[in-house]
Design a protein around this ligand. Structure first.
Ligand code: MD6
Ligand code: FE
Length: 207
């Protein structure tokens, strides 16, 4: 039996409402600990723009951007240290969520942690810096709600808009793995768990 409200977003994509709610407080505490070792920072895109979203990572490798491009790296360019280890709770959440959507055996090696303040947004993009597109991505939303745009396989395909709320988890892979997606500028009420912030975790098998 599935206790969560699910919404199918595509043949390979599922939204599990509230899937992370029971452990949200522990996730946020772990994120604070990670951010003490690997602080949130605003990276520069290859095009020279500073991202409005602040990010950090945990896991064996972490996503990063600079003028040279996007890539996964084993060390944090800000500190020169390895990224903090991925907590077991994170790995289990990602693996359980993937399993619930039909992706058995998902073992993420990277967790990108995005932090949105009011006004921050993520323009339409594809996630294509990972080695193996047969592996899904698991995305966990915490704190303030945001409007997620879920497009098609080309940048100008029409976008569905989905409100992602505290505790929601999106799992996508298969035919949907390379769909364009983005997040509209954050606005609306603060959330009791995070204040005026939204945190998004994306779990990937990057290498
Ligand atoms: C966000 N998420 O929700 C940004 N990418 O803040 C993403 O860019 C994303 O949610 C790949 C898969 C799931 C995602
Ligand atoms: Fe993405």
């Amino acid at each position: 039996m599935n206790l969560f409200q699910s919404e199918r977003l595509g043949a390979g994509a599922l939204l599990q409402r509230g899937f992370a709610s029971p452990i949200a407080a522990e996730l946020l505490a772990d994120i604070d600990t990670i951010a003490q070792a690997a602080p949130f920072r605003h990276m520069v895109t290859p095009g020279g723009f500073t991202m409005s979203v602040a990010l950090t990572n945990c896991g064996d490798c972490g996503w990063s951007s600079d003028r040279q491009g996007y890539r996964y790296r084993d060390d944090d360019p800000l500190t020169g240290q390895r990224w903090p280890a991925m907590p077991a709770l994170f790995r289990e959440l990602a693996s359980n969520a993937a399993q619930s959507a039909g992706y058995a055996g998902f073992e993420p090696d990277a967790c990108l942690i995005n932090r949105y303040a009011p006004g921050a947004r993520m323009s339409l993009h594809q996630d294509r810096d990972e080695a193996d597109f047969t592996q899904p991505i698991v995305s966990v939303s915490l704190g303030m709600s945001a409007v997620f745009q879920f497009g098609g396989l080309s940048r100008n395909s029409p976008c569905a808009k989905v409100l992602l709320e505290h505790g929601d988890v999106v799992i996508w892979g298969g035919a949907d793995r390379l769909r364009y997606h983005g997040v509209l500028a954050l606005k609306g009420p603060a959330h009791p768990a995070t204040g005026e912030q939204r945190i998004n975790l994306t779990f990937r098998k990057a290498q």
